[in-house]
Design a protein around this ligand. Structure first.
Ligand code: UTP
Length: 292
């Protein structure tokens, strides 16, 4: 069955980008002139997704409002005959059907995904993290995972190769060389959270795109709270790899992480440089900088 539903967890505290995230959700911070989460929703829509469930919380009203209609602003722009700006504000609400589920306390990414169980039901679904952006792919990031799911019927997680010295920042997969489907698709045997370079079983790091069979919900129900009392998605993924086939797909494209100040800034510059309307001025500015 084709994947039609995804979950986008957006109920975290975003503490690494304070004070910007004191009242503005991290996922709503702009990358060039668009909130980060809109790129993620566009990727889902371009991958054939029709139903998106956001996991939100008390401080995340802006996410709901962004993907809703704005009648006053729409009327004002229509009265001015400004079709360009009008389409910019109407487009987000047309990208998919949206649901919102509240996570009352930020009890971890695993807990956030579990909140969507009643909306997703008993079918395979995708998860996209609102602070991971993927660009320049031949096919949208999530769509690449959907292709692997169509071939295998199994859960699929996106991975990227990282320098050995960086493995301690990621979840890393142990893969089975005998069961590799092709150059980019690996059978996962285990996962290790934030291993040191010496202990890392591979250089394949897990990033924020996943396709899960509904079994993940049963496993999330059983995960014990870990560091900081949080229910970790990686613990359930680890168990999943032991119970049923799980594939890691080395996705094609570039991944940007807007979850910290440097990532937010560099992602904005990278995205602006790709835009015909913005890049000449941004390049001109960058050339004026005296960078030693
Ligand atoms: P992160 O760990 O990157 O986000 O979670 P965070 O907790 O908001 O960030 P810091 O560490 O405090 O800066 C990855 C994604 O999971 C969501 C976040 O909103 C983010 O998009 N998340 C995390 C939830 O929805 N609920 C949670 O309890 C935790």
């Amino acid at each position: 069955m084709p994947i039609k539903k995804v979950v986008i967890p957006a109920a975290g505290l975003g503490t690494r980008v304070l004070p910007a995230t004191k009242v503005v959700p991290k996922e709503m911070l702009p990358v060039a002139d668009k909130p980060a989460i809109q790129y993620v929703v566009e990727e889902a829509a371009a991958s054939g997704i029709t139903d998106i469930t956001f996991i939100t919380s008390r401080n995340k009203r802006a996410v709901e409002d962004h993907f809703d209609d704005q009648p006053e602003l729409r009327a004002a722009l229509a009265a001015k005959g400004d079709e360009g700006k009008l389409s910019k504000i109407t487009e987000p609400s047309t990208l998919a059907r949206f649901n919102y589920v509240r996570q009352q306390e930020p009890l971890g990414l695993g807990h956030a995904v579990l909140m969507a169980r009643s909306v997703i039901g008993n079918e395979a679904f995708g998860v996209l993290l609102g602070d991971d952006l993927i660009v320049h792919p031949p096919r949208p990031g999530l769509g690449q995972l959907i292709d692997v799911h169509q071939r295998t019927g199994a859960s699929v997680i996106a991975v990227m190769r990282v320098p050995r010295e960086d493995t301690a920042r990621y979840g890393v997969v142990t893969v089975d060389a005998d069961e590799q489907l092709d150059a980019r698709t690996f059978r996962v045997r285990d996962t290790v959270e934030k291993p040191s370079p010496d202990e890392a079983p591979s250089d394949l790091a897990i990033i924020g795109r996943y396709i899960f069979t509904p079994r993940i919900f049963d496993l999330l129900e059983k995960v014990e709270p870990g560091a900081g009392g949080e229910i970790q998605l990686t613990d359930a993924i680890r168990e999943l790899s032991r119970q049923e086939p799980l594939y890691a797909y080395e996705f094609e494209g570039m991944r940007y992480d807007i979850g910290d100040p440097v990532g937010l800034l560099t992602t904005s510059i990278a995205f602006a440089l790709e835009r015909e309307d913005l890049s000449p001025q941004v390049k001109a500015y960058l050339r004026t900088l005296d960078l030693e």
